[in-house]
Ligand binder design. Sequence first.
Ligand code: AMP
Ligand code: MG
Length: 421
Amino acid sequence: MISVEETLRRILERTRPLATETVSLGEARGRVLREDVFADRDLPPFDRSAVDGYAVRAACLADGGRLRVVDQVPAGAMPRVPVGPGEAAAIMTGAPLPEGADSAIMVEHTVREGDFVVWPAPGRNPPPVEPGNRVTARGAEVRKGAKLLEAGVRVSPAGVGLLATVGKARVAVARRPRAAVFSTGDELRHPRSAKLRPAQIRDANSHMIAARCRALGLPVRRLGFAADDPGRLAATIRSGLAADVLFISGGVSMGRYDYVEPVLERAGVRLLVTAVAIRPGKPFVFGIREGSSPVFVFGLPGNPVSALTTFEVFARPALDALQGIADPRPPRPSVRLLAPVSQRGPRRAFLPARVGLAADGALTAQPIRSQGSGDIAAVALANALVIVPEHAGTIPAGDSVEAQPLPGFPDAGAGWHDPRR
Ligand code: AMP
Ligand code: MG
């Protein structure tokens, strides 16, 4: 049994970014950059009016004034004439400021009288016009050549807008790992099964893990479930090894029918982790089938809470690392416990909890009462895993601990109650 830290170290040591590929803007969101992105010109590229109104010389409006309108400048056009003393040019938001003008005034603060514009309009009391008023100077946002996005960051929707702004219609990103998922267990049946014998249960894990991978933006093949039979298992593993990352649930414990480890080894998978000091999820397995494109195999314990926990703690950072994320270790925000948690033994506990935002802005964690690692109804309510260190004993309510966020983290308010209570 090795520690959570040592397990993560062994996994992240081997999960290097996959090959680089080039994608268009439509595919860039959620992908991880493999190149730095620079400004190809100043932003804005010209002194830009921030308003619909008039380009003026601020000095001409010291005590208000009446200016002759000599031009009209729409966005996308260059001014045709300079603005001289006593003159103005009608200008639209986003249009370049004419030569001679040093500021812009809002149309709402003016009245038009034929070829003239009067500022301020009667009854209006706008602030005095200083040079630079309502104008964004060339390069004020970004200088040409400045680094805007760095290799190793995930592209957000705003990032796509930025790529578009600087003309990066195609961008280098890491290839996304293709995942394959299947469950093992003689007891498993398809979720659509209506007539289950008492000892049979529906396969939750292959669906849960596939859904999690999809939520992370990965292409997934779900291979269903295999019986606890070395032959069947070997066939399904062979087909799963066509992916970059293979998730297997179940069959990694000490039971008489837990064949996953020997069958993986026979399929050429070198096992680097076979038991971890984590609660739940101790039987977690990690291995690699080396080759020109290595396959990373995660053997998740069959208990759904263990499967989800070990996926989040070990597989998720690996999936980020394979995509080139600079720091793939998940954030560990501090949360204030609303109820005590405990961990006596040498394992590190990751306990399902509901984290909300308290009125004072702090994050609070309500541990979800659970019947243990088979309790999928408990983990389905969680939006975080509260981390209780090895040998921590009991940590009382009011103390703070670290948590690993899950989807839905955090609740907007702290008023969350376990509906099962
Ligand atoms: P195992 O890791 O195969 O020993 O399974 C541990 C527990 O998890 C047993 O109670 C199994 O019935 C249950 N289990 C295994 N696989 C699944 C699955 N895919 N969906 C739901 N429960 C499962
Ligand atoms: Mg089993």
